[in-house]
Write a protein that binds this ligand. Structure first.
Ligand SMILES: Cc1cc2nc3c(=O)[nH]c(=O)nc-3n(C[C@H](O)[C@H](O)[C@H](O)COP(=O)(O)OP(=O)(O)OC[C@H]3O[C@@H](n4cnc5c(N)ncnc54)[C@H](O)[C@@H]3O)c2cc1C
Length: 370
């Protein structure tokens, strides 16, 4: 019997790993609007040190050994026919192709701010975007970061580290940022921000101008719905967590009210035959946490079980966010557990153990040098 064909729609953090796990067991086709992994992780590092960020988070698909058996298609998925079991893909040259599947994985992620957009892009266009954001911030004397999640905190901390002479301020609506993390996480991160001179502004909820999608760095004064006078800065980074799912191509019967893909605990899409979902687009739990909790292994196992007629297993999400908040720092990488405890990989271990051994071999099963 010929091998089943799995189409992975969206080769970001979760889709890429799912494709790697399945590549020895099925004929896998990965479809992506980018010709590389352009990770959604570590905004602060990406803005402040784009070359360093690119080394670990912007990696051409041809460099992943685990993708050698996977056919990658550079294109934007525009629709799916659930009866005929095909997705239609617009490629970079403007032509459209139909890709048939036995199993479909929906992993097209979310859009969020200027740094995470789903448009069809070449490597040069991704590189130009990275450089443009960095250069824009480099020329600013004052930077206001708006938002209270990990992206905003990480942006403020890393920009203040890169440019100690600039005024960097963080404005957030609550009493403290990182409300979805354990409270101990903020206590530890706050020390770092204040040591770097980041000015903290709790209780500031920004008014988002009409028609503005928070998808660019602005320089007009920010107004506050919480009553404070407007704030002016040379560069305003909007990281207010206004995520929107990349599901314009998915039929509405597969989506919840907010447009995310409905999911059973075993990552199947309810009522669909052999359609699965994972990552930030998948409405698995309130934090939509399958990407950071590495449910890619479970998904690959469940797809194999489904094809073999075996029982599937359930995804069990933790209740709090966890992981790295600031990314690599001069003294190493701090990772917070769901209970707010930190463990740190020392700086010397990042390039000698963590990246080459744990990440590139352990997680990605081999990444070739660029
Ligand atoms: C190993 C690992 C470690 C992590 N560590 C942390 C951590 O420490 N802290 C933390 O907070 N989070 C962490 N995360 C999670 C991370 O922050 C995000 O949750 C993750 O980037 C989301 O992945 P995704 O695959 O859902 O989306 P994305 O990575 O955004 O991938 C979606 C892809 O689909 C493409 N796409 C969109 N629409 C289309 C279309 N129509 N056609 C074709 N392609 C399309 C997009 O361009 C993109 O390439 C981690 C994730 C992983 C895998």
């Amino acid at each position: 019997m010929s091998r089943p064909k799995v189409v992975v729609a969206g080769l970001g953090d979760s889709g890429l790993l799912t494709a790697i796990h399945l590549s020895r067991h099925a004929y896998v086709v990965g479809i992506s609007a980018k010709p590389a992994l352009v990770s959604g992780q570590e905004l602060g590092m990406r803005l402040a040190r784009p070359e360093e960020w690119s080394r670990d988070y912007f990696i051409g698909f041809h460099r992943y050994r685990g993708l050698d058996r996977v056919r990658t298609v550079h294109g934007s998925i525009e629709g799916v026919d659930l009866t005929a079991r095909t997705v239609s893909v617009r490629r970079a040259d403007g032509t459209t192709v139909e890709e048939a599947y036995d199993v479909l994985v929906i992993s097209t992620g979310v859009r969020n701010g200027f740094w995470r957009q789903p448009g069809l892009q070449s490597n040069d266009e991704v590189t130009a975007d990275l450089r443009h954001a960095h250069d824009r911030l480099a020329t600013a004397c004052s930077i206001a970061v708006i938002g209270g999640g990990a992206a905003a905190v990480s942006a403020a901390a890393n920009l203040a580290l890169a440019w100690p002479e600039k005024q960097v301020a963080l404005h957030y609506p609550g009493e403290r940022p990182l409300p979805q993390h354990h409270h101990r996480v903020w206590t530890q991160v706050e020390e770092r921000l204040t040591a770097r001179g980041v000015v903290l502004h709790p209780g500031h909820r920004a008014v988002v101008p009409d028609g503005f999608d928070c998808d660019e760095i602005t320089d007009v004064p920010v107004e506050w719905s919480t009553g404070q006078p407007p704030t002016a800065a040379d560069a305003v980074v909007w990281a207010i967590g206004r995520v929107r799912p990349n599901t314009g191509w998915v039929p509405t019967e597969l989506l919840d009210e907010a447009g995310f893909v409905r999911a059973e605990p075993d990552l199947r899409v309810p009522g669909q035959h052999r359609v699965f979902t994972i990552g930030d687009v998948a409405a698995t739990d309130p934090l939509r946490s399958t990407a950071r909790n590495r449910a890619d292994r479970l998904l690959a196992r469940n797809i194999r079980a489904e094809l073999a007629g075996r029982p599937l297993r359930a995804y069990r999400p933790p209740r709090r966010r966890w992981g790295s908040v600031l990314g690599f720092q001069p003294d190493g990488l701090e990772v917070f557990t769901p209970t707010g405890r930190a463990f740190r990989f020392p700086a010397w271990s990042i390039r000698t153990v963590l990246q080459p051994g744990i990440v590139r071999w352990g997680i990605y099963r081999g990444v070739r040098r660029s």
